[in-house]
Write a protein that binds this ligand. Structure first.
Ligand code: SAH
Ligand code: SF4
Ligand code: F3S
Length: 473
């Protein structure tokens, strides 16, 4: 345990604990915050008790997600109190979408919090930390938490360090942030602000850096990733398909993915990219939320059921083995039994490889929260159970169809059982296989043995373990 007396001079080795909730964008941001604080002497630790600073990178998407934060803050406050008894320091920061949405309310509910920082202000974290350690708030007063939830004019990406390490072969790369679509259930446009697309050169430079650091897979991230339209070096604007074609040229990166897409932004060029680019993995997460036109309209999704079904047909024509995934919300205000049946029918018609489904959660400040005809919890729960049972049948069926095939699997961590690793197939299935832990971060041919609801079992197919660079060659 590293305990640092509050008055010791810099530089000192300190420990940083980060807990990440929510989407992959938060995972990416947590890594950027860790890299930003490293020059200040902070090394990451998995244990909040061993840390000198704790960051909760939070999610506001559903009520349960944001309430979790306050119970976790209670635990951190206890650590901070204990540390103070020995004259030690413990800085507590809240980042992410709860920070953005609730701001000062967080410090009111948990006064032990030193820093509240919104997703657009992470580059100012070192400065906020210095102020917090001197015990001063933004206005130079003593005692209160330091708060920054502005949307600064200059994009944070220009000030955040590039990633330098890749731990298990796969790397996230944020290319787009924010959302202008304002679905009536969703907090994201309020917490992440309006759509911003990073320029091509920045993305390519980051992708090359990640490839050099050992990334075999790049996962492009954005709240509306396929709405990305970035400035190209010649002054023109590229769409996502053009960007994918450029990234596919980077040597040593056999896998490209992107998430999360919106049906409205799924253009012909992007569908063609699925046909033409072998490095673009045969998997697409394309949330539909509901199969009822009436509900889609009330959700302000800007597309109907037919548009979604037509997209599915065109994607399958372009890439017949594509695995499709979606998000669903059941119990949106006004959703009738007939509307819910439409969702079940759509699911039957498409046949999903995997999916996430949620009971509608009323989020303060969104139009959905004020709508009449809120659906009772018991109805939501029953619909969710029926939908999840159907989706589970479909994911099991999809995984079973892959049994017997040999596919490249990128191993990324140890499995539950000793000697076992978990990796991802091209269709983003989790594959468990007995394999040496030195294969973490490598891509290996695996014979898929049996498919289950959420995973497949497999066995290494080749005698020689080949890295994906060799597989791709
Ligand atoms: N940008 C993505 C989704 C981001 S949020 C998109 O446009 O599809 C991830 C998922 O959380 C959503 O797809 C939705 O299914 C779910 N979600 C968002 N707000 C919700 C709410 N208020 N209640 C329940 N689920 C919600
Ligand atoms: Fe939320 Fe809709 Fe934007 Fe997705 S498109 S982030 S669901 S508002
Ligand atoms: Fe949650 Fe914010 Fe992501 S609300 S899902 S962490 S964009």
């Amino acid at each position: 345990m590293t305990q640092t007396p509050a008055n010791t001079a810099d530089p000192i080795r300190r420990r940083l604990f980060i807990r990440t909730y929510g989407c992959q964008m938060n995972v990416y941001d947590s890594e950027r915050m860790a890299e930003l604080l490293r020059p200040l002497g902070y090394q990451t630790t998995d244990s909040p008790e061993d840390a000198d600073m704790a960051i909760l990178n939070t999610c506001h998407i559903r009520e349960r997600a944001s309430e979790k934060v306050y119970s976790e803050l209670g635990r951190l406050r206890d650590i901070k109190r204990e540390r103070a008894l020995t004259g030690g320091e413990y800085v507590i920061a809240v980042a992410g979408c709860v920070a953005q949405a609730e701001g000062e309310e967080i410090v009111r509910r948990q006064p032990a919090v030193d820093i509240v920082v919104g997703p657009q202000a992470y580059h100012r974290l070192p400065e906020m930390l210095a102020r917090a350690r001197r015990g001063l708030d933004g206005a130079g007063r003593r005692g209160a938490g330091v708060l920054d939830t502005e949307f600064p004019a200059e994009p944070k990406f220009d000030h955040l360090p590039m990633p330098t390490t890749v731990t298990a072969g796969s790397a996230f790369l944020s290319i787009q942030e924010g959302c202008d679509k304002f679905c009536t259930f969703c907090v994201v446009p309020y917490t992440r602000g309006s759509e911003y697309s990073r320029p091509v050169l920045d993305i390519v430079a980051e992708a090359r850096g990640l490839a050099a650091a050992g990334a075999l897979e790049l996962v492009l991230l954005g709240q509306n990733v396929n709405a990305w339209h970035g400035l190209a070096p010649d002054g023109s604007t590229w769409g996502l398909a053009r960007l994918l074609r450029a990234l596919a040229e980077i040597p040593g990166v056999p896998r490209l993915r992107y998430t999360t897409s919106h049906p409205r932004d799924m253009d012909d060029a992007l569908i063609d990219a699925h046909r033409d680019l072998p490095t673009l993995m045969p998997y697409l997460h394309l949330p539909v939320q509901s199969g009822s036109d009436r509900v889609l309209d009330a959700m302000n999704r800007g597309h109907g059921r037919d548009l979604y079904l037509r997209l599915v047909d065109r994607l399958r024509a372009a890439r017949p083995d594509i695995a499709l995934s979606s998000d669903f919300i059941v119990g949106f205000p006004g959703e009738s039994d007939a509307d819910f049946d439409d969702t079940m029918n759509l699911v039957r018609e498409v046949g999903f490889a995997s999916a996430y489904s949620f009971a509608y959660s009323r989020r303060p400040g969104t139009p959905g929260a004020a709508m009449e005809q809120q659906v009772p919890d018991a109805v939501k729960d029953a619909r969710l159970a029926a939908l999840q049972s159907l989706l589970r049948e479909q994911s099991t069926a999809f995984n079973e169809t892959r049994a017997g095939a040999v596919a490249p699997v990128l191993f990324y961590e140890r499995g539950r059982k000793p000697g076992q690793l978990i990796g991802k197939s091209p269709w983003l299935q989790s594959v468990y296989a007995e394999a040496d832990k030195r294969l973490i971060g490598r891509m290996v041919d695996v014979r898929l043995l049996a498919g289950y609801a959420n995973s497949l079992s497999g066995a290494i197919a080749t005698g020689d373990h080949v890295s994906s660079r060799e597989v791709a060659a």
